[in-house]
Design a protein around this ligand. Structure first.
Ligand code: FAD
Length: 375
């Protein structure tokens, strides 16, 4: 029986975790391997559009996520200095049209809820993949701790610096985009008395700041920026930053932006990377998803969304098209994903999304479960 095949997913990020939960529910024998020694509440803020929440519904998590997240009615884009409104995009104000909720949340909180949807017996923490080799018996996975496992199918969900991608396509550093992002989480109590909008992006010619609440009670506020930078030191994940550095970078910005910066205690600075489109998404028994496959600048807030949609489409293809001809099934997956993921990657990298009034229905109204696989 096809479902008796063992599927090994490398990486328990948002894409790999979604894939594990969905494949497990579809009856597959799945193991999720993650290099981190255990789950931890990593990251800062994340937005999930209604397109993602339709997959959370399939995982039985929609209500749980809605209960703890913020649900902004609108996305506002505002001019950097005078605060003039550049766009006012309905999010939950058009909930029924998108057929799901738009949420903003702490990434660690949503990740924890998603991990909870995967049978703990299927998750192996402390397993950093160092090598994989396709043999007649299956794909042999070798981990840094010296252990070895053999599976029938490998899903590379191991992010920007994917080892699985490297095995398929050879070593290649990701491309520094020439952009960095400052991030901070602020207790909302420090902004009391100010007219703080739940989901707002402030734009000037060459930089921006996105800001939103992280929870249902609006007790934590978060900002993330995009700013030009000439270079980034190789191998450095992030560096600490300061209010003074941000004040210099956002000099002349609106008083509300100055207030967000003033209220921030711990500020960090991160590089933004991308890759050129990959010449292949799958080979033999190995298939890629998410940032391992199509990383992008985060300016559309849809990178994790694309990883999760990939997970949903891959699960559909394996369930509905079967595993007898894996090459054909993986190619159907790629065909049903590449156009949308590439379009999102392009718009995200261009950093134009919702700056002016536009209809976001092609992103938020999308339902991966409505796609005709034979079409
Ligand atoms: P990752 O989340 O990177 O997960 C990869 C996992 O694989 C990790 O757990 C890692 O530890 C593990 N791993 C790596 N190598 C190995 C190995 N060799 N062996 C075992 N495990 C391994 N997206 C949105 O949808 N909405 C947003 O609002 C949003 N905001 C963002 C803001 C910023 C500043 C940034 C940088 C990104 C943002 N994104 C957003 C994009 C999103 O974070 C990524 O696209 C998403 O996390 C990709 O998910 P993934 O599962 O493919 O990879």
């Amino acid at each position: 029986m096809a479902e008796a095949l063992r599927i090994g997913i490398i990486g328990a990020g948002l894409g790999g975790t979604a894939a594990a939960g969905l494949l497990q529910r579809a009856g597959f024998d799945v193991t999720l391997y993650e290099q981190a020694p255990s789950f931890s509440r990593l990251g800062a803020g994340i937005q999930f559009g209604p397109n993602v929440m339709k997959t959370m519904r399939r995982l039985g998590l929609e209500q749980k996520i809605e209960e703890v997240s913020c649900h902004p009615d609108y996305w506002f884009s505002r001019n950097w200095d005078d605060g003039a409104y550049l766009s006012r995009i309905p999010l939950n104000a058009e909930h029924d049209r998108y057929a799901a909720t738009y949420i903003t949340i702490h990434r660690g909180d949503v990740h924890e809820i998603m991990i909870g949807a995967v049978d703990p017996a299927l998750i192996r923490f402390g397993k950093k993949l160092v090598d994989l080799e396709e043999t007649a018996a299956g794909v042999v996975l070798s981990f840094e701790d010296g252990s070895v496992d053999t599976v029938d199918i490998v899903v590379g969900a191991d992010g920007l610096n994917s080892r699985v991608r490297e095995k398929l396509l050879g070593p290649e550093d990701p491309l520094f985009t020439g952009w960095v992002g400052h991030r901070a989480i602020i207790p909302a109590s420090r902004l009391s008395g100010l007219d703080v909008e739940p989901c707002v992006k402030w734009w000037s010619a060459d930089r921006h700041m996105m800001a939103y609440f992280l929870d249902r009670n609006c007790s934590e506020f978060y900002f993330v920026t995009g700013e030009p930078a000439e270079s980034w030191p190789r191998g450095v994940a992030w560096v600490p930053s300061t209010r003074e550095e941000m004040q210099a970078s956002f000099k002349g910005y609106h008083p509300l932006v100055q207030a967000y910066i003033e209220a921030a205690d711990t500020i960090t600075k991160w590089p933004l990377f991308t890759r050129n489109p990959l010449p292949l998404w799958h080979k033999g028994r190995i298939v890629l998803l998410g940032d391992a496959c199509h990383p992008m600048k985060p300016h559309m807030a849809q990178g994790a969304a694309m990883a999760i949609e990939d997970a949903a489409m891959l699960t559909r293809c394996l369930s509905e098209l079967g595993t007898a001809d894996l090459g054909a099934t993986f190619e159907a997956y790629r065909t049903h994903r590449i156009e949308r993921a590439s379009r999102v990657q392009q718009v995200s990298n261009a950093n134009t999304w919702l700056r002016a009034d536009e209809d976001p229905f092609w992103v938020y109204g999308y339902d991966i479960y409505g796609v005709d696989l034979r079409g």
